[in-house]
Design a binder for this molecule. Structure first.
Ligand SMILES: *Cc1c(COP(=O)(O)O)cnc(C)c1O
Length: 467
């Protein structure tokens, strides 16, 4: 049988890749590769296929030290590497599931994208004091209560778990990894739910962590039921990496829990096509068949996926498995991530290689999460190359330069947000009458603001002084 969990080892042509996905269709349901069987036996002499595929077995046998990792994967380290492992894990702990470790190519592990995401590197101890921070997104500052980050008007990040199946080396919340003190108990979760209940503007709740799917079915059931009972919450989102690092966590029972609280969306975190294995595809299939809309958030990582061909293959494979690429993140300025960071130009180059060249469904939005807490900012190549009063000049992905003639007779409707008198039919009982903010406000007719000036702007301060 083809060893599907380790396919694409040496990264074939994209056309090969697509054919392989199709060929794999029938045999995916039973995969348990020879390599996994061998590893399983080293870890637990009584292992069976069904034990290997039991997520609790996987967690109970998480690999957390170098000796076990060597024994199980067959990888051998130099003394120097051992020393550096020890130094690095004193600050940032190591943990991986046997499943995720089984994807590593032991013969060429140093360049292996799975190895590089899971295994500590001494580079994590290099901190660029000029710009790196332990909490670059100021998530702690935007916290009205312990488990809630409220940054945007209508949605909150609700960190309900600090446990992860695998410790991603590129974690943006690296400051918290392995920090047992911050496991939120029921009272902290209750405080978060209370906050959401008291803020009717919140219509979207993102469960994150840690990994919310590392909670037990019953605890998750309780959290979801409490949130669903709040009338103004429209959608719930779960951010989870278990489909990638512990696909066996996706069980029929879990799906039936989630299905009680729809609409629930799930965003997962694949970074490389190699992670889309038979097991993870089965997990995705179960979720999609269960009616849970799926998205993916990847992070641009130097030496792992900073390549237009890899990103195209990843995004196409995701769409093939009914996962919509949602965001591609620029790597955050978190301490210990220097070696993973790429120039922004690399991300733009990747988006350039996707837009037009492949299905729009396979193109994520490239975002930079603003240091200091400004939120996600989309970045794109420029397609609008010039503009006059009645025409715009655009270029397409092939380099074709084209014009779009704007209408001569567009009747500008003056908008004072008096929706009752407007001929456009908004048709919402509870039309949002709130004031526009930021750049949206500058574009509006109903607000007189002509510029947004940062606080402490020296030029403005000078004006005030001379007045
Ligand atoms: C990413 C994020 C969200 C959700 O943002 P979307 O663009 O709606 O996906 C909400 N709150 C915080 C703090 C976030 O970081």
């Amino acid at each position: 049988m083809q060893d599907l969990d380790t396919q694409n080892r040496d990264f074939p042509e994209i056309s090969d890749l697509i054919i392989k996905i199709r060929e794999g269709e029938e045999e995916t349901m039973t995969v348990y590769s020879e390599n996994q069987e061998k590893m399983g036996r080293i870890i637990d002499s009584k292992v069976t296929k069904s034990k290997w595929r039991d997520w609790k077995w996987q967690i109970a046998h998480s690999i957390k030290d170098l000796e076990t990792f060597e024994k199980v994967t067959g990888v051998r380290f130099t003394d120097e590497e051992r020393e550096s492992f020890k130094k690095t894990t004193e600050k940032f702990p190591f943990s991986t599931t046997p499943y995720y470790a089984s994807l590593i190519d032991a013969d060429n592990f140093r360049n292996d994208p799975v190895f590089m995401q899971a295994f500590p590197s001494e580079s994590e101890l290099i901190i660029d004091k000029k710009c790196e921070m332990s909490d670059p997104l100021a998530e702690e500052k935007d916290k009205p209560v312990d488990c809630i980050t409220h940054r945007y008007p209508d949605r909150v990040l609700f960190t309900v778990s600090n446990v992860c199946a695998m410790y991603c080396r590129h974690c943006t919340r690296k400051r918290k990894v392995g920090d047992q003190d911050s496991v939120p108990g029921r009272d902290k979760i209750k405080a978060g739910i209370e906050y959401i209940r008291n803020n009717p503007a919140i219509r979207d709740v993102l469960l994150s962590g840690g990994d919310p799917l590392m909670l037990s079915d019953s605890y998750l059931d309780w959290i979801l039921s409490e949130i669903r009972a709040i009338p103004h919450v429209e959608i719930i989102r779960i951010g989870s990496r278990v489909p990638v690092v512990l696909p066996y966590r996706i069980t029929e029972e879990l799906i039936s829990v989630i299905n009680r609280y729809h609409p629930v969306w799930l965003n997962t975190h694949f970074n490389h096509p190699k992670e889309i294995t038979a097991s993870s595809r089965l997990a995705l299939k179960m979720l999609a068949d269960g009616g849970i809309p799926l998205g993916n958030q990847s992070v641009l990582l130097a030496g792992i996926n900073d390549c237009p061909r890899i990103m195209k293959a990843l995004n196409q494979k995701l769409v093939y498995n009914r996962v919509r690429p949602y965001y591609m993140y620029q790597c955050d300025l978190s301490e210990g991530l220097t070696h993973f960071r790429t120039p922004v130009g690399k991300g733009i180059e990747i988006i350039e290689s996707l837009i037009g060249h492949t299905s729009g469904l396979a193109v994520p939005t490239y975002v930079i999460d603003a240091p200091g807490g400004g939120g996600k900012i989309p970045v794109m190549p420029n397609y609008l190359i010039s503009w006059s009063t009645n025409k715009v000049i655009l270029r397409n992905y092939e380099g074709v330069i084209t014009t779009y003639k704007e209408p001569d007779s567009y009747e500008q409707i003056y908008c004072d947000r008096n929706c009752e008198d407007c001929q456009l039919q908004l048709m919402l009982d509870d039309a949002d009458e709130s004031k526009a903010v930021g750049v949206e406000m500058l574009l509006s007719d109903y607000d007189r603001t002509i510029s947004l000036v940062p606080e402490n702007n020296e030029r403005m301060e000078r004006r005030n002084e001379t007045r």
